[in-house]
Design a protein. Structure first.
Length: 258
């Protein structure tokens, strides 16, 4: 356990330093979720007038959705770091060293989690400036952050695992787009589930993206159903654990091909 923690800490620091050396990337990553909240919030603000739409304010409704969409589009690109390491020969050197394979995966997940927490807090601040009111308060925001981090862990791990299999940026971009866009649209991120076609309502119940949205939205409400919140958080945790395990197994596939 001690080597795993120390290796993970070292590799996480390496990834964070690499990120901070790219100020343009950092700026875009911080501005993008704000743009989504502003644009979608203005474009769809009148959907709350649809009969049966439970939310009183679309910004209140949209904020967890924007957080989750930020998770998808940020963590879906996590594997790019692995591909860059493969192209430069860094991956082969790390695999030949005593560094834990799990630490390599954990460090990538932690790096994504740090980015997601910062982006999510910015979304919350902008939403409050736009007039959002979160009855769930600080506890609700913390639950939303937990749900976002668990979802990020799952998708970052899948992205890393796929990077070890496909090994090209073009293939990873195609995989990420094919996965994230349908899952985001087949959730209640931007539209109430009741307003979606019946088959999408059915699919969304088994969609981890929707679990994160619903858990966050419920925790931010005035009277949360905590059993529903914890059930979805438990589902997200299970998906994240399986995704990390599968991605770590992908190292074997990569090493066999060398």
């Amino acid at each position: 356990m001690a080597p795993l923690v120390s290796h993970s800490g070292y590799l996480t620091a390496r990834l964070l330093r690499a990120t901070l050396r790219q100020p343009a990337f950092v700026a875009i990553s911080l501005v993008q979720p704000m743009m989504w909240l502003l644009l979608f919030g203005q474009l769809f603000e009148r959907v709350v007038e649809i009969p049966g739409f439970a939310a009183g304010s679309y910004i209140d409704f949209l904020t967890p959705g924007v957080v989750v969409m930020t998770v998808l589009f940020s963590s879906g690109w996590a594997g790019m770091g692995f591909i860059e390491d493969m192209d430069r020969g860094v991956m082969d050197r790390m695999l030949a060293s005593p560094i834990s394979r799990m630490a390599m995966m954990v460090s990538s997940v932690v790096n994504q989690a740090v980015a997601i927490v910062v982006q999510s807090l910015i979304v919350v601040v902008v939403a409050l400036l736009l007039g959002a009111e979160f009855a769930g308060g600080v506890v609700g925001v913390l639950v939303m952050l937990v749900a976002a981090v668990l979802l990020a862990a799952a998708f970052a791990s899948l992205s890393n695992g796929m990077a070890l299999v496909v090994r090209t940026q073009e293939s990873l971009i195609g995989f990420s787009t094919m996965l994230t866009l349908p899952l985001s649209f087949m959730s209640s991120a931007m539209m109430a589930r009741e307003a979606a076609p019946g088959w999408i309502q059915t699919v969304s119940r088994f969609n981890p993206v929707d679990w994160s949205v619903v858990a966050s939205r419920e925790a931010l409400s005035a009277d949360p159903d905590w059993s529903a919140v914890f059930a979805r958080l438990g589902g997200l945790l299970a998906v994240a654990v399986v995704a990390v395990w599968l991605a770590t197994r992908a190292f074997r596939s990569y090493q066999r091909s060398l």
